[in-house]
Design a protein. Structure first.
Length: 182
């Protein structure tokens, strides 16, 4: 992957408070061996302050168990509909603040462009530099980059590599170098 211009990967670590990715240890090890920068994400299901804190702790516990650096990018993957009714921005701040209390200060919030455009995830509160936006145009190219004022842009969920048949990968642009240490 590195020979193809890939500089970093984002590995799913946890979801809610009941799921730990059993493949994460090997995915992280293999990515590091390949010389890629490793970031991780938590698929969020929290709807209130306590759930946000509990899920942040669950995520941080697994990150620590796997020996991840506290400088690692830790992503709040916010895309479940119940979060909208719970004030997605507010509960995401609780999640971020708990990760920071645990020593993980490099927190990024991932969601779709519609969530940011509708202010369900508010740039003014979270910071554009802490926002990773998913929007998949029909024909992405270097001439029509989107969300260039954010940390990163996910432009496809249908990426592939010939040497990994049958598996789709997300393709992203890391504008600020947070995911690639550029």
């Amino acid at each position: 992957m590195k020979n193809m211009g890939i500089k970093g990967v984002v590995v799913k670590l946890t979801e809610g408070t009941t799921y730990k990715n059993p493949l994460a240890p090997s995915q992280i090890t293999n990515a590091k061996k390949a010389g890629l920068t490793v970031s991780t994400y938590h698929f969020s299901w929290f709807e209130n302050q306590q759930e946000a804190i509990d899920q942040a702790n669950y995520y941080a516990d697994y990150a620590e168990e796997l020996g991840l650096s506290q400088n690692s990018v830790m992503v709040n993957d916010a895309e479940t509909a119940p979060m909208i009714n719970a004030d997605a921005t507010k509960v995401s701040v609780y999640f971020r603040d708990q990760l920071v209390k645990r020593g993980f200060k490099n927190v990024v919030h991932y969601s779709s462009a519609s969530w940011f455009n509708n202010n369900w995830m508010e740039y003014d509160v979270l910071g554009k530099e802490n926002s990773w936006v998913a929007e998949w145009p029909a024909n992405p190219s270097a001439n029509n980059l989107l969300h260039t004022d954010t940390a990163a842009w996910q432009w496809s969920s249908k990426g592939s590599f010939d040497f990994v048949p049958g598996i789709n990968f997300d393709y992203n642009v890391d504008y600020l170098g947070r995911f690639t240490n550029k």
